[in-house]
Design a protein around this ligand. Structure first.
Ligand code: ZN
Length: 311
């Protein structure tokens, strides 16, 4: 059995072939055909064929299940891609076009949902029934998995954490920075990597990348530490609202800022302080599969018993 996962990114498209246990049989990476939808479908189709050949030899061709992670969603209303920052796929029925090209059903899912699926399957959320996984990267997305399945929601937007307002804002945080979605003060405008860099620059006049601020804080720089404390408090407020509503069994963090180890000591007491409960023991963990979680989760969109039906 072969399960193919494809992660369609803005600059690169990555593909992976997994066996039933989640072991990697093949892996390839090609440039994304930016701006060209037909070429994107052709690229993914060719990538699937190459992965199948590499993973199982020619006899395996056409026998794998295929899942695709995209930076957007397929709208349950229109059947077309929306909310994608790879804008050339917007307005197209990507799942149906890929299914026609590959001659089998194809599951297409939001990339944050893929992170959650991957970590729930065999990562930081393994064994947990309800997993909330957030990407703190160039943006701020999140996904929810219940019993191994991504929770999509009636409108396909379940887990769109980043475009809720920052909870419990103080006066200095209102109305908050403008967000590309048209509103102000979205969580994404506070806890994404670029937002963290902007916040640090506003406080210190010092222009550093998010990664450099985290490194400076680790080295004991007081201003960088203060910025990291502000970031931790804001992430904690966002997570407290999630726990009050969903009460997941685990919270998993992915994306560039999830590598800031200092967050994991700070977050639990800050979250506990805000949650409506006398006791909170929700683990907050760094993703196990890191940057590979998108492509692994795409492959895990088909469970082993479902993928076996493709043989
Ligand atoms: Zn927004």
């Amino acid at each position: 059995m072969i399960r193919i996962g494809i992660d369609l990114g803005g600059t690169k498209t990555e593909g992976i072939a997994l066996d039933a246990q989640g072991a990697i049989l093949a892996r390839r990476r090609v440039p994304s055909p930016r701006g060209d939808y037909a070429a994107t479908v052709a690229t993914i189709t060719a990538l699937v064929a190459a992965l199948e050949a590499e993973a199982g030899g020619p006899a395996a061709a056409g026998r794998g299940s295929v899942g695709v992670g995209i930076p957007g969603i397929v709208s349950p209303h229109s059947g077309l891609v929306k909310n994608a920052n790879s804008t050339w796929i917007i307005g197209h029925p990507l799942d149906r076009d890929l299914a026609a090209a590959l001659g089998r059903p194809v599951r297409v899912e939001n990339d944050a949902n893929c992170l959650a699926v991957s970590e729930a399957a065999d990562g930081a959320g393994a064994g947990c029934a309800v997993v909330f996984a957030a990407i703190l990267g160039t943006g701020c997305g999140a996904g929810i998995v219940v019993n191994g399945r991504p929770l999509r929601g009636r409108n396909g937007i379940a887990g769109e954490w980043g475009h809720n307002p920052l909870p419990w804002p103080d006066d200095g945080e209102r109305p908050g920075p403008a967000c590309y979605c048209g509103r102000h003060g979205c969580l994404e405008t506070f806890v994404s990597g670029p937002a963290f860099a902007v916040d640090h620059a506003a406080a210190t006049g010092e222009s550093l990348s998010a990664e450099a601020i985290v490194a400076a804080a680790a080295a004991g720089n007081a201003a960088a530490l203060a910025s990291l404390e502000r970031l931790a408090d804001r992430i904690a407020r966002g997570l407290a609202a999630v726990i009050n509503l969903l009460d997941p069994d685990v919270v998993v963090l992915g994306g560039g800022l999830s590598n800031a180890i200092a967050l994991y000591d700070r977050l639990p007491p800050l979250v506990a302080h805000r949650v409506f409960s006398d006791r909170i023991d929700t683990p907050i963990r760094r993703s196990v599969h890191g940057d590979s979680s998108g492509v692994r989760g795409a492959a895990w969109l088909w469970r082993p018993d479902e993928a076996a039906a493709f043989l």
